[in-house]
Design a protein around this ligand. Structure first.
Ligand code: AMP
Ligand code: MG
Length: 426
């Protein structure tokens, strides 16, 4: 057996970022920028109002309250042609360009407009610049707005759109073929024939890919048949950046994936017994003809998913250009005794991680921990990392790998989390 980190290093060592491509901005969410983007436009591009109110000359407001003559209205998108002179004001809406002569805005709540709208009383003295969004205060020309390696979030796409960008240079999303192997797999929808099982793995693995935003290619089911496997690997390699199989990597008589991989990878395949439970066996190699990485995951449904999390996901993130490839690990309090035997392996227990109060993570297992018991995986958002030994007692700290950050939930309400309300417009 080899330690988990050694196996992960071996896999990652054979995976390189895919070549950059130009993608439309709206197709690039979650992709990794391959080059640094610098601002060529300042944002905001002109001085504008952050409030609905009146544009004024700050000097005029020194003796507030003061009465000023209203010379017009300025709306967003419609600059005012007149200049605001001494003793004058212009009605202004949020986002409208500050008229010439004005250098501050008084919010509408602190004014009183005459019934005919021709004069306004400004209720307080203003500093120059009050409620004015100055040009370049968000982004200045030459600013690095997103360095190479940035994982594009919705906000990044907005920042890039503010620059007039229509496309971005990013690492391509990996396109990944998924294949289930085994004579026992039954693809029909009717009752199961004797001794056959349904194919869970193709669905879990394709969904795991989809959740990351990657393109999954359904390669179907192949029986325990060496020549069919050879043919499928070769044809899939021409249209996929990586291939993920499940089944056929143990020591059984018909564990042919590793045999076929051995042949097609010209000695670059490694069949590993990783010191973890579940997901001990892993065959990983790079096809000799195409340099396509192939992951031979174990067939047990939980093992296949755990192996995906530990090996496939990090490797595909590397293909996609990500710098950070592993999931976060947090320390949590065990809600129950977690007994185990000494066996030289790291145990990964399906578990649910939750916030007890805002500062305290708690974790409990979600059911049966045999590697065919997929139901407990469906209730898990985390894997407890239980090192070799005899386990831990309830109340002790354990390390937990977070595998479904969206499944965390929250013990706090948004109202409690945001006590500092800011005045302003939306
Ligand atoms: P193997 O790795 O081929 O020895 O398979 C290990 C176990 O996983 C066996 O009980 C298989 O029947 C089961 N298995 C293999 N492939 C799948 C699959 N696609 N879906 C569900 N179970 C599977
Ligand atoms: Mg099999």
């Amino acid at each position: 057996m080899i330690p988990l980190d050694e196996a992960q290093r071996f896999v990652l060592g054979l995976c390189q970022p895919l070549a950059p491509v130009e993608l439309a901005l709206d197709d690039a969410l979650g992709c990794v920028l391959s080059e640094t983007v610098m601002a060529t436009e300042q944002v905001p591009s002109f001085a504008n109002s952050s409030m609905d109110g009146y544009a004024v000359r700050a000097d005029d407001t020194a003796g507030a309250p003061v009465s000023l003559a209203v010379i017009g209205s300025v709306m967003a998108g419609h600059p005012l042609e007149q200049t605001v002179g001494p003793g004058q004001a212009a009605r202004i809406m949020t986002g409208a360009p500050l008229p010439g002569g004005a250098d501050a805005v008084c919010m509408i709540e602190e004014t009183e407009t005459a019934p005919d709208g021709r004069r306004v009383v400004i209720g307080r003295a203003l500093q120059p610049g009050a409620f004015v969004r100055q040009p370049g205060r968000d982004v200045a020309i030459g600013d690095v707005i997103a360095p190479a390696g940035t994982v594009l979030t919705p906000a990044h796409l907005g920042v890039l759109a503010n620059q007039g960008a229509r496309t971005v240079m990013v690492h391509r999303r990996p396109r990944v073929g998924v294949l289930s192997t085994g004579d026992e797999l039954f693809s029909g929808s009717g009752p199961l024939p004797p001794g056959r099982i349904r194919d869970a793995n193709r669905h879990t693995l394709l969904a795991l890919l989809r959740r990351e935003g990657w393109d999954g290619v359904d390669l179907g089911i192949v029986g325990d048949d060496e020549s069919a496997l050879v043919e499928l690997f070769s044809s899939a390699a021409s249209r996929c950046d990586a291939i993920v199989t499940s089944g056929g990597v143990s020591v059984g008589d018909l564990d042919l994936v590793r045999v076929v991989l051995e042949k097609l990878s010209a000695g670059k395949m490694r069949w590993m017994q990783v010191a973890i439970r579940p997901a001990k066996p892993l065959a990983f190699g790079v096809l000799a003809d195409s340099a396509t990485p192939v992951f031979g995951l174990p067939g047990n449904p939980v093992s296949a998913m755990v192996s995906f999390e530990l090996f496939v996901r990090p490797a595909l993130r590397r293909l996609g250009g990500h710098g950070v490839v592993h999931r976060p690990i947090v320390s949590a309090t065990a809600d129950e005794d977690l007994h185990r035997e000494v066996d030289g392996k790291l145990h990964l227990l399906r578990a649910h991680l939750g916030l007890d109060d805002p500062a305290s993570w708690r974790v409990r297992t979600t059911g049966g921990q045999e590697s065919h018991q997929l139901r407990s995986m469906s209730e898990a958002n985390a894997l407890i990392l239980l090192p070799d030994g005899t386990g831990v007692h309830a109340g002790e700290a354990v390390s937990v790998l977070l595998i479904d950050p969206d499944g965390l939930g929250s013990a706090t309400s948004l109202a409690l989390a945001a006590p500092h309300g800011q005045p302003g417009t939306s």
